[in-house]
Design a protein around this ligand. Structure first.
Ligand SMILES: C[S@@+](CC[C@H](N)C(=O)[O-])C[C@H]1O[C@@H](n2cnc3c(N)ncnc32)[C@H](O)[C@@H]1O
Length: 379
């Protein structure tokens, strides 16, 4: 895969995170190139502008603009943070201010670049934060694939941010130009959405970018009824925890076990932390960590790992994260420990688990029309 972005007289060497030598996915997209072309050709930006970049994937925009400007980049993704820092270093770029999307928008921003997030609640949150903190004359330039920009998307810009126009399409991408001058909608500035899980003693707060933050994921619903209870479990891991719903149920069933929740979304980790703290009075044995899968988690330290794996990384559909999660789980499980995985039937996780754990160590725990729950036992 191409790893050099060559534009005008500059070359940036960019890789995704985690780095994979045979990666078929590129670390930047035509949307990044469109923003760079637009600023180079249509705007004569004096050096030293205070530029805010939202949702940069692996640092193409942060690297490009940090050379001449003061850049703040905000992203909810731990993987993006790692990738951006690596690529800034690799290209000897000046340092930037790297924040999460839960942090406050910095003051005195001159120009904003926004790569549209996948989740609409996250978009609304970001638009309302921009509207709240930016000067009404500050220009916002957003970008996405043409097919992902619907009339309803532009209506969100108009409603939560302000006056909005769009560019012509280029390489299947379009720019959205907007100004933060709409009336401020105070309710949109509240980040949490709270709801109860039907049939369970579980109530969940969900920050804007948490997976399935508006209602319980159907897979998680099925998974909840098959989480095991075993007094021998000392340490349970919820891998890809989202709002922490699986960890809460596991802790309710196994109150003596310590629990670790891991996700690459900072908002997911914070949602899980708040939810676990709300449900249990003693939280001394509960950890919620932003991480890439089980990187740096101690070998042979868990008795049960629960996993409802992701099947995309940002906009790319991929199964490499699920594969890494399963490989890491084998490393982190104690001998005799179990990995429980839920997935859509068509995803074929049984084949992956069999390759990693061995045929006789993998069995189906439950299945319905849509999902299958698999158990892989180590050793
Ligand atoms: C299908 S969701 C499951 C969420 C929750 N456990 C549930 O069942 O509703 C997968 C989760 O994995 C997280 N994730 C994606 N890539 C990850 C990675 N490399 N390391 C850790 N978590 C990751 C996503 O942010 C997402 O919250």
């Amino acid at each position: 895969m191409k790893n050099e972005l060559q534009l005008y007289d500059r070359t940036l060497k960019l890789s995704r995170y985690p780095y994979r030598s045979n990666d078929k996915l590129q670390a930047w997209d035509a949307g990044d190139e469109y923003i760079i072309h637009h600023t180079e050709e249509e705007m004569s930006l004096a050096s030293g502008q205070r530029i805010l970049i939202l949702n940069d994937h692996f640092g193409a925009l942060s690297c490009w603009f940090s050379q001449r400007h003061q850049v703040t980049t905000m992203s909810d993704s731990f993987l993006s943070h790692q990738g951006i820092q690596h690529n800034l270093q690799e290209n000897q770029c000046p340092s930037i201010n790297l924040l999460t999307t839960m942090d406050d928008i910095p003051s005195n921003v001159d120009l904003v670049f926004l790569k549209l997030p996948k989740i609409n609640r996250h978009l609304i949150w970001q638009l309302s934060q921009l509207r709240k903190y930016l000067h009404p004359a500050c220009q916002i330039i957003a970008v996405n694939k043409v097919k992902e920009i619907h009339t309803s998307t532009l209506k969100l810009f108009e409603k939560y941010l302000g006056r909005t126009t769009t560019s012509l399409a280029w390489k299947k991408h379009r720019l959205i130009f907007s100004m933060p001058d709409a009336p401020l909608i105070h309710s949109a500035c509240e980040p949490e959405l709270t709801w109860a899980v039907e049939g369970e003693s579980i109530r969940l707060i969900n920050l804007p970018n948490v997976y399935s933050g508006e209602k319980l994921d159907q897979g998680a619903r099925f998974f909840l009824t098959h989480i095991p209870e075993n007094p021998l479990f000392k340490h349970i891991v919820d891998l890809g925890c989202g709002n922490g719903v699986l960890a809460i149920k596991a802790k309710q069933l196994n109150p003596a076990a310590s629990v670790t929740c891991i996700d690459e979304s900072f908002m997911a980790v914070e949602s899980a932390r708040q939810n676990l703290h709300h449900h249990f009075s003693d939280c001394s044995h509960i950890r919620c960590v932003a991480n890439n899968c089980l990187d740096d988690i101690e070998e042979k330290s868990a008795d049960l790992i629960l996993c409802n794996p992701p099947f995309h990384q940002q906009t790319a559909i991929t199964d490499h994260i699920a594969w890494q999660m399963f490989c890491d789980a084998k490393h982190v499980l104690n001998n005799g420990g179990q990995l429980l995985v839920i997935g859509n039937r068509h995803l074929g996780y049984d084949g992956k688990l069999t390759r990693i754990f061995g045929k006789t160590s993998v069995k189906t725990v439950a299945a319905n029309k849509k999902f299958v729950i698999l158990q892989a036992t180590k050793g």
